[in-house]
Design a protein. Structure first.
Length: 324
């Protein structure tokens, strides 16, 4: 009998240092009012001191393992979604394995910018469905503060650092639970839009810092249409309607995109998890951080039907439907 993947553990880490809009307005020509009105962001967390991509990933993963009641001996695979690792290699996942004292299994990173967690979810889910792993740690960990142009007000106000993690565990599919766990993951990329959101190099390639560039309005337009299409695609595939959804846990890029998605799905806003006001856009960490928050504060309950979605550089985008 085949297995499905259940989400059984949740964790998160946010850097200690908080940077408010007010503080940013002293560095670039912006204002708290503009940032709140156009994005919903009030503050972001930025790494300092001992905090790194590896450190945050391991801290979030440790919490997720504890939530799941698992130890390092139980983990078969570690997948980290990041495009801001501390080193090109070894991977962040290998460093997490070392930090957490996990002595078995395999570990690697996936890179798909802000859609990284959804792409990683598909990879992890497939390992479980194929019987290659029973327990997978999936982490999104990002340090965008390293790739931001702190003199560009159009981008530097939008992002923050952080990590979120989940544990996926195999559960045998029976007639009574076949609608549980990750029902499906739906992924898309259109490389023809690769110049809308990109980092202009890799460290060492040009001798310059590699910095994030974005055509914000264009990305906004694609996000609004592509995210609603990919959520509809997932619902149709599982013969579900908007009324079946208990929670939307969207990528946290802009509150206007988030509330727009909620309206399209006919969900009251208190059924849409938003953390963008406090976390800003943490790229691949944004969905697992939001999921962690809403599970731990009791909003999302076991048995709820949760829709997640994300879009980022590539352009790449995806969605998943999960019965928790
Ligand atoms: O996670 C990956 C996916 N990313 C996204 O989904 C982000 C999608 N894009 C967005 O969220 C929005 O496009 C932004 C928040 C990036 C920008 O908001 P917007 O309403 O599209 O603003 P805009 O780019 O059209 O800029 C409007 C004005 C411009 O001034 P002018 O040319 O009209 O005089 C900008 O220069 O606002 C100006 N502006 C700012 N003003 C104060 C841009 N950034 C700022 C700023 N503070 N930080």
């Amino acid at each position: 009998m085949a297995d499905c993947s259940r989400l059984v553990g949740f964790g998160g880490y946010l850097p200690e240092k908080i940077v408010t809009n007010q503080e940013l307005s002293q560095r670039v020509d912006t204002s708290d009012e503009w940032i709140r009105e156009r994005t919903g962001i009030k503050q972001r967390h930025i790494i300092s001191g001992h905090e790194t991509c590896n450190f945050m990933a391991a801290a979030a993963a440790q919490q997720a393992m504890e939530y799941a009641g698992l130890t390092s001996d139980d983990i078969d695979a570690i997948v980290v979604a990041t495009c801001t690792p501390d080193q090109i290699f070894p991977t962040t996942a290998a460093k997490v394995q070392q930090i957490l004292g996990i002595k078995r299994g395999f570990a690697f990173d996936v890179s798909s910018a802000c859609a990284g967690f959804v792409f990683g979810l598909s990879v992890a889910d497939n390992f479980i469905r194929n019987g290659q792993a029973k327990n997978v740690l999936l982490i999104g960990s990002e340090v965008y503060s390293r790739i931001l142009d702190w003199s560009d007000r159009r981008t530097c106000v939008l992002f923050g650092d952080g990590a979120g993690a989940v544990v996926l565990s195999a559960e045998e599919i029976t007639d009574t639970n076949k609608q549980n766990g990750i029902l499906g993951v739906y992924l898309h990329t259109d490389g023809h839009y690769s110049d809308l959101l990109y980092v202009d190099g890799v460290p060492g390639q040009t001798g310059d810092a590699c910095l994030l560039k974005m055509h914000g309005q264009e990305v906004f337009r694609h996000a609004v249409t592509k995210l609603s299409e990919v959520v509809e695609e997932a619902l149709i595939a599982h013969h579900l309607t908007h009324d079946d959804i208990d929670w939307l846990v969207p990528h946290q890029a802009n509150l206007r995109i988030i509330t727009g998605m909620g309206k399209k799905l006919n969900l009251p806003l208190d059924r849409v998890v938003a953390t963008v006001d406090r976390h800003a856009n943490t790229s691949a960490a944004s969905v697992p951080l939001a999921l962690n928050e809403a599970v731990r504060d009791g909003r999302i309950q076991k048995g709820d039907l949760v829709v997640i979605e994300a879009l980022g550089g590539g352009l790449s985008w995806g969605s998943s439907i999960i019965r928790l």
